[in-house]
Design a protein around this ligand. Structure first.
Ligand code: ISE
Length: 351
C-alpha cells in the first residue's frame, strides 16, 4: 500500500477523539477518513477541521464505503466483537483498543477468524508496551541484565472513575493492562490470579470495592502483585518495581520539571492516562500505521488480547470467590508462535 492509510475511527468518546487528533496531527502515512459514533453529533464534533473525514452513525456505513482501508476501534469493549468480525471479513488492518473482547470465548472467536484469514490483521491497543521505560525494563528482564526476575510490584491509581464503571471493570478495564505488561515483561503466560478485598475507600461509587489487591503467578513462578485503586483522588499514577537477583528497578516515578520557588518545591501530579501515556499512544499508532502499510501488525496481537481476556475472566471469578483461580488457555496457534509468551504447552479450553 503506497498511499495513506484511510482510517475509520469507530467510537468518538475520550479515547476515540484523542486518536482522531493524533492521526490528524502527529501520525504520518495515515489520515482520518471517517469517525463513527451512535451519537452522530459527537462524531461531527470529532471531525471538526478535518476535511478528509466524514461523520457516520454506524460501523456498517463505514464498511460500505470504498474510501476506507483501515479501522481503529475505540468503542466500549462489549461492542468490539461484532465490529472486529466485520472488519476481518473485509481483511482490513485493525487497531482495537483494549480489551479485545470482554471474555475469553469471544476473544478466541477473533483468533479463529484471523487464523482463517491466514495472517495477522488485529493489533490490540496495549499502549504501555510502547512506553520507553516499560520497553527498557522488558529488555532488562529478557536479557537477564540483573539476573533472573523474582517478583514484580505494580501500582495502578486513577483519580476517579467515569459513571457506570463497575466493580468488574476494575479488572477488565484497568488491571487488564497489568496482565498484558506482566506477560510482555516476563515473556511468560499468567497461570493464576487471586483478588483480595481489604479496607475500602469512602470515595468509591456504590457497588465498587476500591482499592483491590491482585496476586498473579506466571509459568516459571514469578509472583506479581497489583494495587488497583481507581478513586485515588490525587491524580494518575502507574508504577512498577521489578525485583531481580542482583537489583531492583523502578519505573513510572514522577518526572517533569522539578521546581523550587519561594515557599515551595516539587512538580506536578499527572492528571490522567492521556498525559501519562501520550507519547506511548503516538508511538503505538505510528507502529500500527507503518506495519499496516506493509500488510503486518506492529504490536500486541489477537493472541495477546485472548490471553489477557482469559486472565480477566479468572480475575473476575477471583473477585467473587476470593480464591486463587487458574488461568486456562487454548494452545497457541502457529500464526502467533513468533511472539514468545509461553514456556508451557496448554490444552484446549475455549471452543
Ligand atoms: C482506562 O480505560 C485505561 O485504559 C487506562 O490506561 C487505565 O489506567 C484506566 O484504569 C482505564 O479505565
Amino acid at each position: 500500500m503506497s498511499e495513506n492509510l484511510r482510517v475509520a475511527v469507530i467510537g468518538a468518546g475520550r479515547m476515540g477523539a484523542d486518536h482522531v487528533q493524533r492521526l490528524n496531527h502527529r501520525i504520518t502515512g495515515a489520515e482520518v477518513a471517517a469517525v463513527v459514533d451512535v451519537d452522530l453529533t459527537r462524531a461531527q464534533v470529532a471531525i471538526e477541521g478535518i476535511s478528509s473525514a466524514v461523520a457516520l452513525s454506524s460501523a456498517e456505513e463505514a464498511f460500505a464505503r470504498d474510501d476506507i482501508n483501515a479501522v481503529l476501534i475505540a468503542t466500549p469493549g462489549f461492542l468490539h466483537e461484532d465490529i472486529l468480525l466485520q472488519a476481518l471479513a473485509l481483511d482490513l488492518p485493525i487497531l482495537c483498543e483494549k480489551p479485545l473482547t470482554p471474555d475469553a470465548a469471544s476473544a478466541w472467536k477473533i483468533v479463529e477468524a484471523e487464523q482463517r484469514l491466514g495472517h495477522k490483521r488485529v493489533q490490540v491497543g496495549f499502549m504501555r508496551r510502547f512506553d520507553a521505560e516499560y520497553a527498557r525494563l522488558g529488555e532488562m528482564m529478557h536479557g537477564q541484565e540483573l539476573g533472573a526476575t523474582l517478583m514484580v510490584h505494580c501500582a495502578h491509581r486513577n483519580p476517579d472513575t467515569p459513571a457506570g464503571f463497575t466493580n468488574t471493570m476494575l479488572i477488565n478495564d484497568s488491571v487488564v493492562h497489568e496482565f498484558d505488561v506482566i506477560r510482555f515483561l516476563t515473556g511468560e503466560e499468567i497461570t493464576s490470579v487471586q483478588v483480595r478485598l481489604g479496607r475500602a475507600t469512602r470515595n468509591a461509587p456504590v457497588g465498587q470495592h476500591d482499592p483491590q489487591h491482585v496476586l498473579i503467578e506466571t509459568e516459571s513462578g514469578i509472583l506479581a502483585d497489583v494495587e488497583i485503586f481507581v478513586n485515588a483522588q490525587f491524580g494518575y499514577q502507574v508504577t512498577t518495581q521489578a525485583v531481580f537477583e542482583q537489583g531492583i528497578v523502578n519505573i513510572g516515578e514522577d518526572g517533569g520539571p522539578y521546581v523550587r520557588s519561594t515557599g515551595r518545591w516539587g512538580g506536578n501530579v499527572t492528571p490522567s492516562f492521556i498525559e501519562r501515556f501520550g507519547t506511548a499512544y503516538d508511538v503505538e499508532v505510528q507502529a500500527w500505521v507503518d506495519a499496516a502499510r506493509r500488510q503486518d501488525i506492529g504490536g500486541p496481537s489477537a493472541w495477546d488480547g485472548y490471553a489477557t481476556a482469559a486472565c480477566c475472566e479468572a480475575g473476575v471469578e477471583a473477585q467473587l470467590s476470593g480464591e486463587k483461580v487458574t488461568v486456562q488457555l487454548n494452545a497457541k496457534p502457529a500464526l502467533y508462535r513468533d511472539s514468545a509468551t509461553s514456556i508451557l504447552e496448554p490444552a484446549a479450553v475455549h471452543a
